[in-house]
Design a protein. Structure first.
Length: 118
């Protein structure tokens, strides 16, 4: 994955969003092409590489919400808004909104992600 492309944080979804969250958390993700998922290396996680998808799993995003003192609320019927350090994240689920807010706060409104994640 050498080619990087710039994407608006508000448009990140799926593996590209997970990749950006990992980068903002100072972890070193890699793309497991065979499994089509973002993976974090085991060197900092008990020696085991694992799928990293905080935009899908409460078990991975919950501590990020707590760590970043994130405000999270539902607006309307199917839209969530998360706020971190005065940066908003909007999404169809609370996890996606939270991840977008974290990326916006840590990396900005536009981020570089591997092209194959889009």
């Amino acid at each position: 994955m050498t080619q990087m492309i710039e994407v608006k944080t508000a448009e990140l979804i799926g593996p590209a969003l997970d990749w950006a969250v990992a980068g903002g958390a100072s972890d070193t993700p890699y793309w497991a092409r065979m499994f089509q998922q973002c993976v974090l290396t085991g060197k900092t996680h008990g020696g085991i590489d694992f799928k990293y998808a905080p935009s899908e799993y409460w078990s991975q995003c919950g501590h990020l919400i707590e760590k970043h003192l994130l405000s999270l609320k539902m607006t309307g019927t199917e839209t969530w808004v998360a706020i971190v350090e005065e940066c908003n994240g909007i999404g169809p689920t609370p996890l996606i909104a939270a991840c977008r807010a974290i990326v916006a706060a840590k990396l900005g409104d536009v981020v570089s992600v591997p092209a194959e994640l889009i």
